[in-house]
Design a protein around this ligand. Structure first.
Ligand SMILES: Cc1cc2nc3c(=O)[nH]c(=O)nc-3n(C[C@H](O)[C@H](O)[C@H](O)COP(=O)(O)O)c2cc1C
Length: 175
């Protein structure tokens, strides 16, 4: 298959996840184009058999370039094999309220863009203290403490389950 992966990433974890998906799908024999969401705005989706859009949650929202891309391509996305990867820290846990919050984020994304993804993969992200300014670092330490998470502000902490991501990609492509 020829697959487009378009992503938006604020601190870099979604970029890492998108690259991982591209490498994995390439290794499976697919032809993959990896692009930032802004650059993908002019892509002709009919060149592709499948599309993966990926973005991360910040204060309940996805990155604007990703929202713009999904809105612009909503009709094409609705008529092809297309999935959405939502990266967040809530997806690292099992709190039912947090998971409801994630479902609400996806529902808001769908109503803003006009594209309701048939497949949504919730992927756990990372604390990236190396990318935070002072205030973000303090806010993220506070969030971690609320969740009883041990974090060291001198070290990034990754929650992404790479094996589960492969399984989700396989399941998506086999449907
Ligand atoms: C300022 C800020 C706000 C965030 N807000 C949320 C949130 O509302 N819900 C959530 O589950 N994760 C939240 N996160 C966690 C990010 O989704 C997570 O760190 C993710 O890995 C970021 O991906 P990126 O590096 O591709 O931007 C937030 C992170 C930051 C820095």
């Amino acid at each position: 298959m020829t697959i487009l992966i378009a992503y938006a990433s604020t601190e870099g974890q979604t970029r890492k996840i998108a690259r991982y998906c591209a490498d994995y799908l390439n290794a499976q024999g697919h032809s993959v184009e990896l692009s930032g969401a802004s650059d993908a705005a002019d892509a002709e989706l009919n060149r592709f058999d499948a599309v993966l859009l990926a973005g991360s949650v910040h204060l309940g929202k996805y990155q604007k370039p990703l929202v713009r891309l999904a809105r612009k391509k909503a009709t094409a996305l609705a008529h092809m094999k297309a999935a959405f990867i939502s990266v967040s820290l809530a997806a690292a846990g099992t709190d039912e309220d947090d998971w409801q919050g994630l479902r609400d984020c996806v529902a808001n994304f769908a109503s803003k863009t006009g594209w309701t993804p048939q497949t949504v993969m919730h992927v756990a992200g990372a604390f990236r203290f190396s990318e935070y300014d002072y205030f973000k670092s303090m806010a993220m330490r506070w969030i971690a403490s609320q969740k009883d998470q041990e974090v060291d502000p001198h070290h990034d902490k990754e929650f992404t389950d790479w094996a589960a991501l492969k399984t989700s990609l396989d399941a998506w492509l086999s449907t």
